[in-house]
Design a protein around this ligand. Structure first.
Ligand SMILES: [Zn+2]
Ligand SMILES: [Zn+2]
Length: 147
């Protein structure tokens, strides 16, 4: 416990030193000359420049920078064109079927067992494979869910 605290303390001192250096070099700006643990926990450090070509700043000090806005957060992940999980080609909204968190072309969304085109409202997803309900019931009755 003591060793852990000492380590935290010394890394905090190192961080403060780094930040003071950075402040002198006009890389960062914050209130107060020295950051002290707990006393200055609410000090806001503003990053004045984005990139430090040969900066001595360790990664953990960069964490104090305001988070980069990625313009939409979670939605940004799915904003690009989706790829069909079966044929890997782009899926447009008009021909898209979603199943198990993946996108398919309506014509690619088929039963793994009998190759019949599936209805988005009536299929079973097992181990990331899609089955029509008929095949699903047959397979389950034959081998349980281990198919
Ligand atoms: Zn496809
Ligand atoms: Zn089937």
């Amino acid at each position: 416990m003591l060793a852990l605290f000492a380590a935290t303390q010394s890394s905090m001192e190192a961080l403060s030193g780094t930040l003071m250096t950075a402040k002198k070099r006009k890389l960062v700006s914050y209130d107060g000359a020295l950051l002290l643990q707990r006393v200055h926990d609410d000090v806001v450090i503003t990053l004045l420049v984005r990139e430090f070509p040969d900066s001595p700043l360790p990664d953990h000090s960069k964490r104090k920078a305001p988070p980069l806005k990625s313009g939409g957060g979670f939605n940004a992940i799915s904003s690009g064109p989706e790829k069909c999980a079966a044929c890997s080609k782009t899926v447009y909204p008009s021909e898209r079927v979603g199943a198990g968190g993946r996108a398919y072309h309506t014509s690619c969304f088929r039963c793994t067992n009998c190759n019949k085109i599936l209805e988005p409202t009536s299929f079973s997803n097992v181990n990331k494979r899609n089955f029509c309900n008929t095949c699903f019931q047959t397979l389950v009755s034959k081998s349980g869910l281990n198919f």
